[in-house]
Design a binder for this molecule. Structure first.
Ligand code: ZN
Length: 260
């Protein structure tokens, strides 16, 4: 079974039915991460349509400033979500330093909730890698997916040591640095993602939405880089996600069964 452990399924617009059909036809287990509250509410509706889609609630660091004073309001939505994401820090693409305290406040609120509710997290770490690892350690949140890691190699190693999982995504098709990361992640922590529809559009600088089956190209390239086969990488990543969420009481039976 193919695994897309980080995707923005609510952003497909007119292509949504095509995207869902690709997911179903290719049996892609999909962790559908939210950007903000409306995004999560939409993902919950989408999740009802397929046992292959796991909708998760988070506030993206780009949207943190709008939510920093609304934490009481979002608390109940965190409780209804089986996992947490997308959350994180972005001190690279988000240039407005005035938003950084809000990013930190929102992130810590979600991490504390993950700790309390024993939920796994899906993290965006751009230029906040060290700080995020410190937070995971502080709250002892052990079930963490680091999405699209592109930070320093020494922090990558420290995160590996801590037991974080890493999604390798479509940038592995373009970037030597990401290829290096795809080789450095140990077998037992390797996951795959597309981060579509936006990721391929952004990397290719066009306006064509990246589709769910792009995950196959990721698997092929990761296999090549790791001197493996696509089939072996697919099975390895499936086993890793299954281990990460095995017996997770927040996952419905349909999703647990789909992952078996
Ligand atoms: Zn994302």
């Amino acid at each position: 079974m193919l695994i897309d452990a980080h995707v923005h399924l609510d952003k497909y617009g007119d292509l949504f039915d095509d995207a869902l059909r690709e997911i179903e036809q290719n049996r892609i287990f999909t962790v559908a991460t939210a950007m903000d509250l409306p995004s999560f509410l939409e993902l919950q509706r989408i999740g009802e349509r397929s046992e292959l889609v796991l909708p998760t609630f988070g506030i993206h660091p780009r949207r943190a400033a709008e939510y920093a004073d609304r934490l009481q309001e979002i608390g109940p939505y965190i409780e209804t979500s089986p996992a947490i994401g997308e959350i994180g820090l972005d001190f690279h693409w988000v240039k407005d330093a005035a938003s950084y305290p809000a990013q930190r406040k929102v992130l810590e609120y979600f991490i504390a909730a993950a700790r309390e509710q024993k939920k796994f997290v899906n993290l965006h770490t751009k230029a906040g890698e060290r700080e995020i690892l410190d937070l995971l350690e502080k709250y002892d949140v052990r079930r963490a997916i680091i999405h699209w890691y592109s930070g320093p190699m020494d922090i990558l190693r420290a995160m590996i040591e801590f037991g974080c999982y890493f999604t390798i995504g479509v940038e592995v098709l373009f970037s030597d640095y990401i290829k290096g990361i795809a080789k450095a992640v140990p077998d037992h922590l390797l996951l795959t993602e597309t981060d579509n529809p936006g990721a391929l559009r952004w990397l290719k600088k066009n306006d064509e939405a990246g589709m769910p089956t792009a995950i196959k190209e990721v698997v092929d390239r990761v296999a090549e880089l790791r001197h493996s086969t696509p089939d072996r990488v697919e099975r390895l990543v499936h086993a890793n996600l299954a281990r990460l969420i095995v017996n997770d009481p927040w996952l419905g039976k349909a999703q647990q069964d789909a992952l078996r």
